[in-house]
Design a protein around this ligand. Structure first.
Ligand code: NAD
Ligand code: UFG
Length: 355
């Protein structure tokens, strides 16, 4: 059985789906602070298989001990964490506590239970403003400019030290580039709380009429068209990378680091133009000053993951944007729950299931 912390979230729910499809038994631990249980109900509808679900906090050592005593867990995918950069600047302690202390509590409980296989959700943010493109795993980690990025780098360092201290550990640090898109069914996808920070969720909410216009932050970067360039990767490709990493951990010990990206960068202008083609109309947008802390460009060299994991991203930009739009247009309010006439809370299944 695989424990998936944060398994109700955006990337976690897609990973749970892939794990179930591959025949794994899955246990999800999530406190639902940034997600909905409905995502897991929909994963069950899509796979015909159910993940066990426990609502709880990854920092709760006694809960973790109880889970490991009750379920035959052999490995952990650790997605649970906080990820909003701006919020991390306002509430740094909450970020360090969840992302660093949460990872420490999890590893302590795993070691006590004799479980030593861990896949950790890291981020390309650990490379900081890399002077070298594309970014390989041995590019130096930079100085992340915000507590979120620092918390990911700190957690990576904690895990490296842990693996050096005890050869029983097999740990994968997966450095994600920019995950976007949604499962092709349109039933699960990204549903950010409040105003989205990230480009694609913002564009989607403009397109469904929840926001007036997109702000493009900076048209004066040293990039071909002046806007920021990123390596966008389909969330389903990303989820599949986790299964490959798990397989690999059966063969290797210590810490292994893999970039999960496509190896190709797109600018904000290119993203807007491609998305306008998908929705068949103009996307209202204005140009604004650069967003503090942003870098000009960031894209991966995914060779190491291809060679060592036998994994590579397969879905192109058009598929990412089409799948994201299918999810958002069928779920304009995400997983928002509506009160029915009977008073029973239900998700909006009619919109979600409509073809
Ligand atoms: P998400 O917010 O959708 O998922 C995180 C999940 O963790 C949520 O379901 C949330 O409820 C849960 N959670 C948070 N704190 C918890 C706690 N203390 N105990 C139990 N559950 C808790 O985010 P996501 O985009 O799916 O990201 C998953 C992981 O990947 C995070 O660790 C994130 O930092 C990392 N990551 C995300 C991106 C991205 O752009 N989405 C990029 C790089 C890395
Ligand atoms: N952008 C806009 N307008 C917006 C939002 C973003 O123009 O409303 C631009 C940004 O300036 C940047 C690009 O779109 O040039 C991508 O921005 P995102 O916020 O979508 O993504 P980032 O690369 O800034 O950061 C994301 C996550 C980080 C993670 C990083 C690398 O937010 O947590 O990817 O994985 F670390």
């Amino acid at each position: 059985m695989i424990l998936v912390t944060g398994g109700a979230g955006y990337i976690g729910s897609h990973a749970v789906l892939e794990l179930l499809l591959a025949g794994n038994e899955v246990l999800v631990l999530d406190n639902l602070c940034n997600s909905s249980k409905i995502a897991l109900d929909r994963v069950e509808a899509l796979t015909g298989r159910k993940a066990q679900f426990v609502k709880g906090d990854v920092r709760n050592r006694s809960l973790l001990n109880a889970l490991f005593a009750s379920y035959p867990v052999t490995a952990v995918l650790h997605f649970a964490g906080l990820k909003a950069v701006g919020e991390s600047v306002r509430e740094p302690l909450r970020y360090y506590e969840t992302n660093v202390s949460g990872s420490i509590a999890l590893c302590q409980a795993m070691a006590e239970a004799g479980i030593f296989k861990l896949v950790f959700s890291s981020s390309a943010t650990v490379y900081g403003d890399s002077p070298k493109m594309p970014i390989t795993e041995n590019c130096p980690t930079g100085l992340p400019t915000n507590p979120y990025g620092q918390s990911k780098l700190m957690a990576e360092n904690v895990l490296k030290g842990l693996a050096e201290s005890d050869p029983r550990w097999s740990i994968a640090l997966l450095r994600y580039f920019n995950p976007i898109g949604a499962h092709e069914s349109g039933l699960i996808g990204e549903d950010p709380n409040g105003t989205p920070n990230n480009l694609l969720p913002y564009m989607l909410q403009v397109a469904v009429g929840r926001r007036k216009q997109l702000s493009i932050y900076g048209a004066d970067y040293p990039t071909p068209d002046g806007t920021g360039v990123r390596d966008y990767i389909h969330v389903v490709d990303l989820a599949k990378g986790h299964l490959k990493a798990l397989e690999r951990l059966n063969l290797v010990h210590g810490v292994s680091t893999w970039n999960l990206g496509t190896g190709r960068g797109y600018s904000v202008r290119q993203m807007v133009t491609a998305f306008e083609e998908v929705i068949g109309r103009r996307l209202p947008h204005v140009f604004k000053a650069r967003r503090p802390g942003d870098i000009a460009q960031c894209w991966s060299d995914p060779t190491k993951a291809r060679e060592e994991l036998g994994w590579q991203a397969e879905k192109d930009l058009l598929t990412m944007l089409t799948d994201a739009w299918r999810w958002q247009s069928r779920n304009p309010q995400g997983y928002a729950v509506e009160q029915t006439a009977t008073g029973k809370a239900e998700a909006n299944p009619e919109t979600a299931l409509a073809s």
